[in-house]
Design a protein around this ligand. Sequence first.
Ligand SMILES: Cc1cc2nc3c(=O)[nH]c(=O)nc-3n(C[C@H](O)[C@H](O)[C@H](O)COP(=O)(O)OP(=O)(O)OC[C@H]3O[C@@H](n4cnc5c(N)ncnc54)[C@H](O)[C@@H]3O)c2cc1C
Length: 496
Amino acid sequence: MTTKTVDVLLVGAGAMSTTLGMILKQLDPALKICMVERLDHVARESTDAWNNAGTGHAAYCELNYTPEQPDGSINTTKAFAINTSFEVSLQFWSYLVEQGNLPSPREFINPAPHQSFVWGEKNVEFLRKRYAALSQHPCFKDMEYSEDHAVLREWMPLVMQNRDPSDKVAGTRVRYGSDVNFGALARNLVSNLEQQDGFDLLLGRNVKDLNKNSDGSWDVVLKNNSNGSSETVRSRFVFLGAGGGALPLLQKSAIEEGRGYGGFPVSGMWLVCKRPEIIEQHQAKVYGMAPIGAPPMSVPHLDTRVIDGKKALLFGPFAGFTTKFLKQGSFLDLPLSIRPSNLAPMMSVAMHNMDLTRYLISEVRQSHRSRVESLRNFFPDAKEEDWELSYAGQRVQIIKPGTERAGKLEFGTEVITSADGSLAALLGASPGASTAVSAMLSIVERCFAERMKEESWKQKITELVPSYGQNLTENTELLLQVRKRTLSVLELDRQS
Ligand SMILES: Cc1cc2nc3c(=O)[nH]c(=O)nc-3n(C[C@H](O)[C@H](O)[C@H](O)COP(=O)(O)OP(=O)(O)OC[C@H]3O[C@@H](n4cnc5c(N)ncnc54)[C@H](O)[C@@H]3O)c2cc1C
C-alpha cells in the first residue's frame, strides 16, 4: 500500500540528510520532501555531539591530511581539498544564519583554536616542514609555528605543564579553528524544514526495503517501530543518508554502482574530563600523530568541546571493534552485509590489513590506566580519577571493490549515485560532517542535473555558496573575501 508520493525521500536524520534537505528546499521550496528516521529523535547516531569529535575539519591541525612522502616532502593535496571544502560548509551556514534559518552561531559552532603538537626530533622536523609547505598559501596564511616552550605554554597550558625544558617539542596554531555541535546543527535544520510546506519528518520508522518501479521512481517500505505496521512511500529520488545503515540499504536497492562494496565498522571511545577546573584551563583542539598501524582517523587529540552551551574536555578517540554498523544497531549488521559480490573484496581487506587488526585488538584490550597513560603524552599531569570513558559513534569504513587487489579499505567518504540519478548513497565517515555541504552539492549536481541548468537554481546556489564553481585554492582573492565573511558571521574571529 503506497501511503504517500513525494519528490524526495531522505533516509536518516543525521548531518547528511538534513543538509541535503535544506539545500533542496532552498533551491526549490515547492519540492515535497519526506525524511524517515528509525530512532525517535533527530541526529542521535554519529551526528550527535557526544558521538563525534566536533572538529570543523579544515586541515589546520590534523597531521594525517599531510603525509610525508618517501622523498621527505609533504603532500598537501588532501589538506587543500579539505580546507576549501570546509569553507563551502561555512558559507552555507553563514547564509542560513543571515537569513534566520539557523539560530545564533553559538548554538552550533564555537571558536576553538586548532593546534598540532609533536615531540621528538623527527616529528618536530615533520611539523616544521608541514608548516613551511602550508603557511605560504592564503588558505593557511594565519598558521603560527613555535618550538619555544614559553610560547607553547601560552597556547596549550595543560599540554606543557611539567614538561622537561630540554624536551624537543613543537606546535602550530590557527586561532579561528572551530568546534561544531553537528547534532545541534542538524536539529536546527530540521526545525526550520518542519516549518516549511511540503516537508514531512517520520520518526520511529525503519526503512526495510526499496524497489524500483518501471517509471524510474522508488517504492520505499517503512516499518513503524511502535506498532509494527508497514507503509510504502513512493519517491522520484531517494537519498540513503543512513550513516552506517546506508550500506545494507544500498545493497537492497541492487543498483549496479553499489555492487561489491562492503563495510568495516570501527567504534570510538573518549576519555571525558570530570573536573571543571581542568576543563577551564584548556581552550583548543590539540592534535598529535597517529600511532603506527592506527587508522588515520585515530589521531589522538585533546579537545575543547562546547555542547549545548557547556564546555567539556575530551581525549581520544580510542578505537574499538563491534560488528554493529550503527551505535544503536544490531550485532548481525556485519555478517548480514556479506554477499557473494563483496566476499572477495572483504577477504582481501582482512588479509592485507593485519596492522589495523593488531592495532584494534590492542586498543580494545586497553585498561583505564593505559588509556590515561596515553593521555599523559598530551597532559602529563592527568590523574586516572579525573577521567571517565564514554562511547562515541560508529564509523563504517568503506571496503571498495578494487582492480589491483580484490578489495581496498578506504578511510574517506564516497558518494554513490545510480546512473539515472534516482538514488544516491553516502558511505564512509571521514572527514565527515564538516564536508557535508560539498558532498551534498555533488549529489545535487549528479541527481538534479537538469534542474541545475535552470537560471533560478544557478542564481540561488551562488547565494547559498558564493564560491560555488570556483576553485578557492586558485582564486585566493575570493577565498580571502569569503573567509572574512564566514569568520565574522559565524563569530569565529571572536576571542574564545
Ligand atoms: C568517533 C567519531 C568521531 C568523529 N569526528 C568527527 C569530527 O571531528 N568532525 C567531523 O566533521 N566528523 C566527524 N565524525 C564523522 C561524522 O560524525 C559523520 O560523518 C556524520 O555524523 C555522518 O552523518 P550521517 O548523517 O551520514 O550519519 P548519522 O549521523 O549516523 O545519521 C544516520 C541516521 O540514519 C538513521 N538510519 C540508519 N538506518 C536507517 C534505516 N534503515 N531507516 C531509517 N533510518 C535509518 C540512523 O538512525 C541515523 O540517525 C566522527 C565520527 C565518529 C564516529
